[in-house]
Design a protein around this ligand. Structure first.
Ligand code: GAP
Length: 518
């Protein structure tokens, strides 16, 4: 099993993540979080909310912030007036180029299907065009292992390779746009070449109808991002919450995208959750705030346990930027399936508020009573947008936490989750089911439960109980034993080091709370 297969297996086995509607064969791109998974994902969202909004102090300059600022929250609806999506550009432009295979009926994102030829080792790249047969496989030359590219065409490629002797695989860029090259291309799983269609734009928004009539007048969309709910409420928030620029509005919620090719477990799903901030500031200060949010968001992942060796902050080149964006950076993580985006931080200028002003006819300018120049007091603020995915962050934390080691000569799987994220913070065990130990353990369990997510477990040998909780990511296991009955002390075992310390029974909560801060 490769690293990702092991993670998917432990996620299923321990009740973190299940395929959606599994008893009916599942639904591609949709996932359900089980008892442990729901706690983990809630902790990810809660950590984001507390760190970004709930615990933010707007009376002082915090960290490297250019100035003090305010943060407030919002929970807008998933269904909105469809004109929101015309203004935002999603109706006209939120599309991926897709390619269909007429034989296998599979659909691919054109930019995620690589076309390659096989040439003899000493041939130049130009000889590819005259290759008899080209091959299409999901992936990217250089990033996808050659074995994975070759896998859908193994038999045919083996024959060609035999005839050619020493050979190499050469990409054929833009082959899908060229009718002649497409005709020579063998799709994954197809028996004949030429079954792929030319790329066509495919809008990613899920359409539905509101009300009894299913006609054009009742069309609505499931939101593809939470951000627009914030922009359309900008005036409401300014009018009701006394926030002054600079300030941010944060929102956590579901988003839906009809992804052509959902893949890599929960990484690219059709239903997922976003954690987005729209941060409003003066145009001349936008660059400084952009840098602040970019660095702060990167650090958030580090603080919660992602290794900096696997985390990157990638600034977009000018030709990668959306037409309205002044700057954009991605926080990327090295997942087992490759380096991929966790979060994007963009300087969106005043694009969104300007679009909504034009489309709604409402004046969304901010009145800045701190501005000394009277003529400059009304303006559209600029926006910095840190946009994160709760499911992607959860997956990254799970990947980073997964580890295998040996304890006392026995192999164990352990999820080294940051204590803030761990679904269960403490497990309480009686060493044996007699001598009053279960009663003492239950009393402690009930006491801890009031302040921490705690689990009581009396089933099986003590070693097996430790293993179960290592795999669930529980950072502390508390055992009631014979000494507890004599001395009122318990052992607290730490998950990662397996170190055990004796702690007075009355001090367990304080001990764990203190250790969780380490
Ligand atoms: N408002 C900007 C926006 O939505 P995005 O880059 O399209 O930007 C932001 O999405 C974040 O949402 C991504 O970095 C990712 O974490 C998450 N996300 C986007 N599409 C996703 C999908 N299909 N499955 C899971 N997460 C997704």
């Amino acid at each position: 099993m490769d690293a990702m297969e092991k993670l998917v297996s432990v996620a299923k086995r321990r009740g973190f993540i299940f395929p959606s509607s599994e008893i009916y064969g599942g639904l591609n791109g949709c996932w359900d979080y089980g008892p442990l998974g729901v706690e983990l994902k809630r902790n990810v969202k809660e950590a984001w909310w507390q760190d970004m909004i709930g615990h933010h102090d707007d009376t002082i300059r915090t960290g490297d912030a250019p100035a003090p600022f305010s943060m407030v929250g919002l929970d807008s609806s998933i269904l909105m007036n469809p004109r929101v999506w015309e203004a935002s550009g999603h109706v006209g432009g939120f599309a991926d180029p897709m390619v269909d295979c007429r034989e296998t009926r599979n659909r691919y994102r054109a930019d995620q299907l690589v076309v390659f030829g096989v040439v003899s080792a000493d041939a130049g790249d130009s000889s590819v065009d005259s290759a008899e047969l080209l091959f299409a496989s999901p992936g990217e030359i250089g990033a996808t292992p050659e074995a994975a590219l070759v896998a859908p065409h193994r038999k045919r490629l083996a024959k060609i390779a035999k005839a050619l002797g020493e050979h190499r695989i050469v990409p054929v860029p833009d082959a899908l746009l060229d009718e002649t090259l497409r005709a020579k291309t063998l799709a994954p799983g197809a028996t004949e070449a030429g079954t792929l269609t030319a790329p066509r734009a495919f809008n990613l928004m899920f359409k539905t109808h509101v009300g009894a009539l299913e006609d054009n007048s009742s069309v609505a969309y499931l939101r593809p991002e939470t951000a627009q709910g914030i922009f359309v409420n900008f005036k409401n928030v300014c009018d009701t919450s006394r926030v002054k620029i600079p300030f941010g509005i944060g929102q956590v919620g579901k988003a839906f995208r009809n992804e052509i090719n959902p893949r890599n477990f929960t990484f690219r799903s059709r239903e997922f959750e976003q954690m987005e901030i729209e941060f409003f500031c003066r145009a001349e200060e936008a660059e400084a705030w952009y840098r602040y949010w970019r660095d702060r968001r990167y650090q958030w992942y580090v603080d919660l346990g992602l290794d900096t060796a696997k985390l990157r902050l990638r600034e977009h080149d000018a030709d990668e930027l959306a037409h309205y964006a002044a700057a954009c950076a991605d926080v990327e993580y090295e997942f087992p399936f490759g380096v991929s985006e966790l979060e994007g931080i963009a300087n969106r200028t005043d694009f969104d508020l300007r679009q909504h002003t034009e489309h709604s006819g409402k004046d969304l300018r901010y009145f800045d009573d701190q501005e000394p120049d009277k003529d400059k007091r009304r303006y559209l603020p600029h926006v910095i947008e840190p946009s994160a995915g709760a499911d992607r962050a959860t997956l990254a934390f799970l990947c980073a936490a997964y580890s295998e080691d040996e304890v006392g000569g026995e192999a164990r799987t352990v999820l080294k989750l940051h204590p803030r994220l761990a679904p269960i913070k403490a497990a309480v065990f009686p060493l044996v089911k007699k001598d009053g130990m279960p009663e003492r353990a239950l009393a402690l369990y009930r006491e801890l439960r009031a302040g921490l997510t705690t689990f009581y477990d009396e089933k099986g040998a003590i070693g097996r109980r430790y293993r179960r909780h290592d795999e669930a990511g529980t950072p502390f296991c508390v055992t009631i034993d014979g000494d507890t009955m004599r001395e009122e002390t318990v052992t607290v075992r730490e998950r990662d080091t397996c170190e055990q310390v004796r702690v007075p029974m009355s001090g367990v909560l304080d001990h764990i709370t203190e250790r969780m801060k380490d």
